[in-house]
Design a protein around this ligand. Sequence first.
Ligand SMILES: Nc1ncnc2c1ncn2[C@@H]1O[C@H](COP(=O)(O)OP(=O)(O)O)[C@@H](O)[C@H]1O
Ligand SMILES: [Mg+2]
Length: 394
Amino acid sequence: MDEVRNPFAPGAGTPPPELAGRTDVLDLTYTALLRIQAGRSIQQPVLVGLRGVGKTVLLVEMQKMASDQGFIVVDMEACEEQSLPELLAPKLREAFLQLSLVEAAKEKVKRGIGVLKAFVGGFGITMGEVSITYDPTVGIADSGQIEADLPALFIELGEAAAAASRPVAIFVDELQVLKSDEFSALIMAVHKINQRRLPIVFIGAGLPQVLALAGNSKSYSERLFLFSEIGALKEEDAAAAVVNPAKAEGVEFEPDAIAELLRITQRYPYYLQQWAHDAWNVASGETITWSDVIEAHDISTAALDASFFRVRYDRCRPAEKKYMRALAELGPGHRRSADIADVLGTKADKIAPMRANLIKKAMIYAPSLGDVCFTVPLFDQFMKRIIPDIKSLL
Ligand SMILES: Nc1ncnc2c1ncn2[C@@H]1O[C@H](COP(=O)(O)OP(=O)(O)O)[C@@H](O)[C@H]1O
Ligand SMILES: [Mg+2]
């Protein structure tokens, strides 16, 4: 069918034609925004889930929501190449500059920017070509210790926001990449603004290992954050995600086609977009049939293998690939480290370094002590495709 009209949108962070099945978490965030505006305390929303379930697109939706509500939106994605201060400093500078447009906040902003400059100095960071014209404030947020400096900086931002009567929403994606001292600094910063009822909302997203990071960091993190698990869609939502965008183009899915789409994708958003996209292109009439979905199978699998799965796989060393292939051999879901060792004919302590590396690379996570699980749904199937015979590795 006409590829130009194809509404489906497989891709990391690509907004779907229909954001299906996420009203609960969106409502909850909306309420949090209104409560912050009303000067009330909240638990900061954090989205937790595997890759490709739709965390990033939810953050984008929430940013629109915050912006429509009059929030200043600060948005960033944690990455391995940059420290949290490096990532935050230019973004917070922008937020201060926006707040400086409000007359009533001028003094607080001036002070805040001075503190930001001290913060930047403390970590020895440069902020590109744009310099800050205020002198750094001495003695606040300038120790170079993130756990002390970040809370101090957030308080300054919160006070400037309060003076301007403009709340600030800070979004951080890929939280699992943060180092543990950065994560606990963030927790302390959020704790301080909460205590002072300052108008800042923090909204985060990350892989399931975020829960462990939060648990290890500070004991009160569980009260501070409201973790929402984002996963595969419910049946009716998964169906709506493919049926409604097609309907808007005058195209229908056969009931059997929908059932097959839901089965093969296991209702994971990324895969639904991929299969629906490819089934659309394969279809010849204005109805997408069961056989179109079946025909799309090889195309969708090849597309996912070449991008979504492959980029992650390529970052692993041979021994790590072997570990992942053994995990795949056991099937999907949570698997015991000891069983993986068995498959490889070795002892769990021998493969512990591979396990640690793979957790660090966010290929797997440990849902509980001694268990591991892939962070990408259906990754076990990919591993079996790329290394069909495990015996070739043993
Ligand atoms: N609720 C949803 N309904 C339909 N498609 C979705 C939904 N959420 C995400 N998607 C699609 O899934 C893919 C992955 O979304 P993304 O936000 O990048 O996931 P994550 O950040 O969790 O890895 C994108 O192609 C997006 O369009
Ligand atoms: Mg994402």
